[in-house]
Each structure stands twice: as structure tokens, then as C-alpha cells.
Design a protein around this ligand. Structure first.
Ligand SMILES: *Cc1c(COP(=O)(O)O)cnc(C)c1O
Length: 394
């Protein structure tokens, strides 16, 4: 079955669904057992990590959690998945599960800001050191590995600056060095990039973005191969990490329309980009589907699609006052963090980088193309650029 068909059928035969196409929303902490033998058998299965089996207690997930997590596992082609309270917690737990005092990890300079901050400010308190690397480094990453390098983090394309990484190469180098590789796969979703098929050990999603798709939930997931699952599951268990079944239910509902939404998000993004590139104030667009983009060749080789969030770099002579006038007057593009929902968003960005050069000296904004009519969005941008031009004359 093709991925778009699987999105429709996944999770259909969840326990207790009574023939309805969607799994039931099961809330609960306590599970009643039939007898001592049942208590023992379910505990044994729980300890053996048979998470999709019968549940013993709500923290191990209800059938609603399992329906969503199993769907994600199937899409990612992994061993198991688990839902976590946010995309950020999925990133941090995927790191914590594999490191100990004295270890060293490698993190791309383009990693999602709060992930960077966790590595820079929190991990040192536990004796774990991070080296940030240029996301486009390729084979020379070898030189950054130390005997105590335990984990290689990836994010492709990177946050705000959209650098595409050579994921198969980096994952292979990590494996040769006995380091675990973890990728934040949020931009591509499991439909357009399947990291485990490219040699990565753990794939992370901020479900909050495209999978949820409706700006109404916060959720993350981790999916891993069999070798990494034990450490990951044990860390999640010992930290007491759980999520609301309501959010898992909404996330599974979001999955149903993921392909249809992404097709539209991408088409709108491409139209907005065509329009933007025709404006003299736009220096370049950061989006790997364009042959001029430095990430184009890798994107074309490894990905099977693109979503609808991208960066726009303005010419260095564009002033802040004009930039703010453009952004402040937007009618359809909301000024809000996050992305991947039905609503278009546009925010100014100030990437925090320590080793990789920023793509430009000019001002940078990020656009998440929503599901509105593209012509209406272009009208909104047109007015925005008129405000920018008017401000520049002052
Ligand atoms: C938003 C985002 C996250 C964090 O997700 P939350 O659910 O908001 O915590 C992680 N990684 C990337 C790439 C993101 O864009």
C-alpha cells in the first residue's frame, strides 16, 4: 500500500472500536485485572517491552495511545514509537536516553533553538558536553568525533535556515563510531523522509506541526529501531513521561488528511516563492526544492516530497522599519510561532549560530504557507511589500 492509503487505514482495528472507522478515545489510569495470573502476565509483558500488548496502568498507554503510536511506527518503518508531551521533550528525551556523565555529543548548528539551548545549558550540569557542527559538514564530521562521543544529532532541513544534511553519510559515520544517531524529522514528516531507512537510529517529530496540523495540540514522538528501543523506553518510563489520550486521538485524526494537506501546503509555498523571488527586495529563498538552493541535490536524492515552510532572505539594504511595517500590517499571515497548521504564519527570525555561517547579512523571515487561497495570500504579501517600500522612502 502507498503511504497515502496507509494514512487512511492505520489504527482502524484498535481494540474496542466496535466497527467504527476511528479508534475509541480511552481515558484512564486504573486497569482492572481478572485475577493474580492476569496481573502477573500483564506485568511480564510490560517488563518485556511489549507495549502494544495489554496495558497494566494508564502510564503505559491506553488503546488510543497505541493506535496513534503504532500508526507512526508503520509510517516511519521503525520498531516502536512513543508519544511525548511536546516536540521539544521528544528531542531532549531522545538525547538523554543515550548519554551519561562524561559523554560528548554532536549537534548541528541549525538545530531547533530550544534543543540547542538544552544541549548548551542543561546537559553540562550532568557532565555532558556538546560540540555544535556546521549542518552541511559532510565527511569531515569524522574529525569532530572523540572517543567519548555517544550521540550524533541531526535535523534536516535545519530550523530557520533550512540546510539539508547528508543524512545517510552522517548516520553511517556515527554507526562506525558506535554513536547513536537521532534526527529531528519534523519538517519532512514521515511521508517525505524516512530516516530509519537511511541508517538513522531514532526519528523524532514535533507532532504539534504538520501531523497535528490544526494548531490545537502539543505533542511529540520518538520512533526507533529495535536496538535503541530498550534505552529509549526505559528513560521515558523512569521519567514518568505520558501524554493525554485526547491529544493522541487528535494526532491520529490529523494523520488522516496529512498527505492531502501537505500537497496543498507545498503547492501554495511554491506559488508564494515564485512571487517573492520576483520582488527586488528579496535576495533569496531558503527552500530545498529550488535548484539554486545548496541543499537541492541532497533533497532530490533522499526526500520524496516537500512541505510548506520556508525562509525568505531580504536584500541587505532593506531596513528594519520597512521589515516591521511589512510584518505588522499582515491580514492573513499571522504573527505566531509554530508552523504546519492550516493558518499561514510569517515571523521575523534571528537564528542563533555558533559555527555555521548565516546564509546572508540581510533580514530573515519564515513563512508557513497555510491552506488559504494562494491569490489571497499573494495580495496580502503585495500589500506588505508596498508598506515596506513606503517605509523605505522615509
Ligand atoms: C516546533 C519544533 C519542535 C518542538 O515542538 P513543540 O511541540 O513545540 O515542543 C522541535 N523541532 C522542530 C524542528 C520544531 O520546529
Amino acid at each position: 500500500m502507498k503511504p497515502s492509503t496507509r494514512l487512511i487505514t492505520l489504527g482502524r482495528d484498535a481494540p474496542g472500536s466496535a466497527g467504527f472507522v476511528n479508534p475509541p478515545l480511552v481515558r484512564g489510569s486504573t486497569v482492572l485485572h481478572t485475577d493474580v495470573a492476569d496481573l502477573r502476565e500483564r506485568a511480564r509483558r510490560g517488563a518485556a517491552g511489549e507495549d502494544s500488548g495489554p496495558v497494566t496502568y494508564g502510564i503505559n498507554g491506553t488503546p488510543t495511545h497505541h493506535a496513534f503510536c503504532d500508526a507512526l511506527t508503520a509510517l516511519e518503518g521503525g520498531h516502536r514509537s512513543w508519544a511525548l508531551p511536546s516536540g521539544l521533550s521528544a528531542c531532549t528525551i531522545a538525547i538523554l536516553a543515550f548519554v551519561r556523565q562524561g559523554d560528548h555529543i554532536l549537534v548541528p548548528d541549525s538545530a531547533y533553538g530550544p534543543t540547542r539551548k538544552f544541549c548548551r545549558d542543561t546537559l553540562p550540569r550532568y557532565g555532558i558536553e556538546t560540540t555544535f557542527y556546521d549542518p552541511r559538514i559532510g565527511a569531515p564530521i569524522e574529525e569532530l568525533f572523540r572517543p567519548n562521543t555517544r550521540l550524533l544529532f541531526l535535523e534536516s532541513p535545519g530550523s530557520l535556515t533550512f540546510e539539508v544534511q547528508d543524512v545517510p553519510l552522517l548516520a553511517q559515520i556515527a554507526r562506525c563510531r558506535d554513536a547513536v544517531s537521532v534526527i529531528d524529522n519534523t519538517w519532512a514528516t514521515p511521508l517525505y523522509f524516512r530516516p530509519l531507512q537511511h541508517g538513522v537510529d531514532v526519528s523524532v517529530h514535533a507532532v504539534t506541526k504538520y501531523i497535528g496540523g490544526h494548531a490545537d495540540l502539543l505533542l511529540g514522538t520518538v520512533t526507533s529501531n529495535e536496538a535503541c528501543w530498550g534505552a529509549l523506553r526505559e528513560t521515558i518510563r523512569s521519567l514518568g513521561m505520558t501524554t493525554s489520550p485526547d491529544d493522541c486521538w487528535l494526532a491520529l485524526r490529523g494523520l488522516r488528511s496529512l498527505e492531502a494537506r501537505l500537497t496543498r501546503h507545498r503547492a501554495t509555498a511554491e506559488r508564494l516563492i515564485d512571487w517573492l523571488l520576483a520582488q527586488p527586495e528579496v535576495e533569496r529563498v531558503l527552500f530545498p526544492t529550488r535548484p539554486q538552493d545548496p541543499g537541492y541535490a541532497l533533497w532530490k536524492r533522499d526526500f520524496c516530497g516537500a512541505t510548506g515552510v520556508f525562509g525568505v532572505v531580504l536584500q541587505p539594504q532593506v531596513r528594519v522599519a520597512g521589515f516591521h511595517a511589512l510584518i505588522d500590517g499582515m491580514r492573513l499571515f499571522g504573527r505566531g510561532y509554530s508552523w504546519g497548521g492550516f493558518e499561514s504564519l510569517l515571523i521575523p527570525c534571528h537564528p542563533d549560530r555558533s559555527v555555521a555561517p548565516l546564509p546572508t547579512a540581510g533580514l530573515l523571515m519564515r513563512i508557513s504557507a497555510g491552506l488559504e487561497d494562494a491569490e489571497d495570500l499573494i495580495d496580502d504579501l503585495q500589500d506588505g511589500f508596498s508598506r515596506l517600500r513606503a517605509a523605505k522612502q522615509d
